[in-house]
Design a protein around this ligand. Structure first.
Ligand SMILES: Nc1nc2c(c(=O)[nH]1)N[C@H]1C(S)=C(S)[C@@H](COP(=O)(O)OP(=O)(O)OC[C@H]3O[C@@H](n4cnc5c(=O)[nH]c(N)nc54)[C@H](O)[C@@H]3O)O[C@H]1N2
Ligand SMILES: Nc1nc2c(c(=O)[nH]1)N[C@H]1C(S)=C(S)[C@@H](COP(=O)(O)OP(=O)(O)OC[C@H]3O[C@@H](n4cnc5c(=O)[nH]c(N)nc54)[C@H](O)[C@@H]3O)O[C@H]1N2
Ligand SMILES: [Mo]
Length: 696
């Protein structure tokens, strides 16, 4: 029997963006594994994606359009045809547009797939044509993107395999054992060669356990820590004055700013001893070839944008930018400079519509957004009831009888539960796409391995048929997947040096194609694509956005704390990625759920004892936003005052639910916005905890 091997790309939200291979026999995927020829994947896959055929052929996969026939959230559905579904959706939308205008319709999508077509193009073209509200896509990393670009002009991170070039690696708010597994072999190799690895994280993660030194500041205080390190570096004369004068803007201003961040002040802000802060400054500044590897956890708080600005200043103080093994590693995604017009076709559309911040979905649906109010929500590639902050309020919004909700999904998620119409989505094995990566610089084409299951359609294919039923006849809404990708690649290759020579055919035939880069060291020529061409310690870009032009630290509490009577009992919740899921994706698979275990909350013995909490007990975690039950793990992996619980569990799988739909950690998380770019502030959440049941 003929067995075909089809090359594809892992579509999930992870910097590794792996090369995958599916073996297909008689139209069925029978084997799934890593591509040995992918430079980052190197023949192995993570624990989450290895059992991918369980995901693709999960018995719960949605295969037909459904229409709600009972009250919202009651789980009563009737199967309908695509024709009926499209007719119903377009009729509802035409009526809403006539009465309220197209801005009354809000598309909500994020990271179910990171594909150029199925995410980026699909989030833009159709909606621009309609004039729908635009989604401010700030749930994940907008503060860091803004901060890094303001300082350096470009997000450009060195390749994973260059890690051993550094003598010191600081992993700052990053847990790659879980969230970027293919970085780990390179970190291990570096460590074996004598590189010191320091992890800065309020929680002792799997990554911190493998580090040479773990430093646990209070959540949200990294800006103060970075400025404190700068203070010591300058005070001790470890800075590189010549480099600063030649390659930065605003050094004298920063020098002045740093004065306020003496070790005693920073110690009281961060909860770290002055000795720790001094020792960290010394090791960082006096080890040449030291790199700061920042990821996303560090920015999800009140000071997130300015914290990243402060961190970005450190390699400038020590003259480490442009050095092999030095500088900053955040993300490579800035290097893929796609031609914006061919991606979005926004210049062909009538108007630029308003933006709605995705972190405020619950508030937006319950009265914060008016004129026009949101009358219809279209969710695809996202599961806000499980993953977005203040989820209880989102559910309240979704229950509105006057809200017309469409959810395009592979599975009946907690979000799909509240839809009026559910549309079945293809998995990555059933769709075409091209993927860039945020951890490396290889582009890759995803060949569909199998036909769509049942009546499933890809995001782009749904927008093509929706365009037809809405009467939108622009050719750029009706192209095939390859036609869209070809248009973007051709336009981008003409404009971008890094994409020059790229052709769709080449991408399809060669597997992955690397970007054209001038070398392996970012900014080796010490030219920074900022307005001044230098590292902007003082940034007019930030100033024009209404921010302090210098990195700063400003404390801001979760506002629910001020309303509480028992403020002293509050604990700071951090909720990073679960090891076995990607956000809530894959958190429906039995094998992975079993390995992740019961939803848990880590609490330090010093906080557990006065609350009569013992290891294994069920605890009630609550605040003014909501509550959920979790199993207590009494442990010193978190520092006193901080509790940790991973994101991603599905509310409806809540083991403690009793007939009310269930909850997860996002019933508690803050939907306040950070200092910069409307960023989420998940880790700036105050909670109260009490035991409700004895240990098993
Ligand atoms: N507590 C807490 N919560 C967090 C965070 C945190 O740090 N703490 N982090 C946040 C971050 S960084 C992010 S990026 C968000 C992610 O939040 P989301 O973007 O909502 O991601 P998921 O929860 O994985 O949901 C993605 C959904 O898309 C569906 N899907 C997958 N592929 C496709 C497709 O091709 N088409 C369609 N139509 N659907 C598809 C999947 O089945 C899945 O249900 O979570 C955030 N949530
Ligand atoms: N297994 C797995 N992999 C994933 C994901 C997942 O859910 N599971 N999610 C994907 C997504 S959407 C993203 S954006 C990336 C994110 O990749 P990472 O940024 O590595 O992941 P997180 O777990 O969100 O956050 C990293 C760490 O930040 C810590 N942290 C929280 N607050 C602070 C703080 O104030 N200061 C400091 N220094 N540290 C803090 C958390 O304790 C956590 O260990 O990972 C992706 N990969
Ligand atoms: Mo994310």
């Amino acid at each position: 029997m003929l067995r075909q091997q089809i090359r594809g790309v892992c579509p999930h939200d992870c910097p590794d963006t792996c090369g995958i291979v599916t073996e297909v026999e008689n139209g069925k995927a029978v084997k799934f594994y890593a591509d040995r020829h992918h430079p980052v994947t190197q023949g192995w896959l993570c624990v989450k994606v290895s059992p991918y055929l369980d995901h693709v052929y999960h018995p719960d996969r949605l295969q037909h359009p459904l229409k709600r026939v009972g009250p919202k959230g009651s789980g009563q559905w009737a199967q309908i045809s695509w024709e009926e579904a499209l007719q119903e959706i377009s009729a509802q939308w035409q009526q809403i547009i006539a009465e309220y205008g197209a801005e009354a319709i809000l598309p909500y999508s994020y990271s179910g797939t990171l594909g150029l077509l199925q995410m980026t193009v699909s989030s833009a073209r159709f909606w621009n044509r309609m004039g729908a509200s635009r989604l401010e896509r700030s749930i994940c990393c907008m503060a860091a993107i803004t901060a890094v670009e303001a300082t350096l002009g470009l997000r450009w991170s060195p390749a994973y395999e260059t890690m051993p070039d550094s003598k010191l690696i600081v992993l700052w708010g990053h847990n790659p054992v879980s969230t970027a597994p293919h970085l780990m072999p390179h970190l291990t190799r570096a460590q074996r060669q004598g590189t010191e690895i320091i992890v800065i994280d309020p929680r002792c993660t799997k990554t911190a356990k493998r580090a040479d030194w773990h430093i646990a500041p209070l959540p949200g205080t990294d800006g103060a820590l970075a400025l404190g390190l700068g203070h010591i570096i300058v005070q001790e004369g470890w800075h590189d004055e010549t480099w600063l004068n030649a390659h930065t803007v605003g050094w004298p201003h920063l020098r002045e700013r740093l004065q306020a961040y003496d070790p005693d002040t920073v110690s009281s802000l961060t909860g770290l001893s002055s000795d720790t802060i001094f020792e960290l400054a010394k090791r960082y500044a006096t080890t040449k070839r030291s790199i700061l590897k920042v990821a996303d956890g560090v920015q999800r708080n009140f000071n997130g944008g300015q914290a990243v600005r402060a961190i970005c200043a450190l390699p400038a103080l020590t003259g480490q930018y442009g050095q092999q093994g030095g500088g900053l590693a955040y993300s490579t995604s800035g290097l893929y400079d796609w031609d914006a017009q061919s991606v979005t076709h926004s210049q062909d559309c009538v108007k630029v519509s308003r933006k709605v911040n995705m972190n405020r979905l619950g508030a937006a649906l319950t009265g914060e957004i008016t004129d026009p109010p949101i009358k219809s929500l279209y969710v695809f590639g996202a599961n806000p009831v499980a993953s977005s902050p203040n989820a209880r309020l989102i559910v309240e919004g979704l229950k509105r009888d006057d809200l017309f909700t469409v959810v395009h999904e592979l599975l009946m998620t907690d979000t799909a539960d509240y839809a009026d119409i559910v549309l079945p989505a293809t998995s990555q094995l059933e769709q075409v796409d091209v993927h860039q990566a945020y951890g490396h610089t290889n582009l890759r084409y995803n060949h569909p391995a199998i036909a769509p299951l049942g009546e499933c359609k890809s995001n782009w294919d749904v927008f093509r048929v929706l365009s037809e039923s809405m009467g939108y006849d622009e050719p750029w809404l009706h192209q095939s997947a390859d036609e869209v990708l070809d248009e973007i690649i051709t336009a981008s290759a003409q404009k971008s040096v890094r994409l020059a020579g790229l052709k769709l055919d080449r991408l399809k035939s060669e597997g992955q194609v690397p970007l054209n880069l001038p070398g392996t060291v970012p900014f080796a020529d010490l030219k920074f694509p900022t307005p001044s061409g230098k590292v902007e310690l003082y940034s007019e870009v930030m100033q024009n956005l209404g921010h302090d032009p210098l990195p700063t630290y400003q404390h801001k509490q979760d506002p629910i704390l001020a309303q509480a009577t028992n403020q002293d009992d509050a604990l700071n919740l951090v909720s990073g990625g679960a090891h076995h899921f990607v956000s809530s994706s894959m958190a429906n698979q039995d094998g992975l759920l079993k390995r992740e275990g019961k939803p848990f909350l880590e609490i330090h013995p010093q906080d557990a004892i006065p609350r009569n909490i013992q290891d294994g007990m069920t605890v009630r975690v609550h605040n003014a936003r909501g509550w959920c039950l979790l199993q207590a793990v009494v442990t010193d992996t978190v520092r006193p005052g901080v509790v940790a619980s991973p994101k991603g569990f599905w509310p409806k799988n809540d083991p403690w639910k009793n007939g009310d739909g269930g909850r997860n950690i996002n019933w508690l998380t803050s939907d306040e916005l950070a200092d910069v770019a409307g960023q989420s502030t998940y880790h700036n959440t105050q909670v109260w905890i009490q035991p409700i049941q004895a240990a098993d």
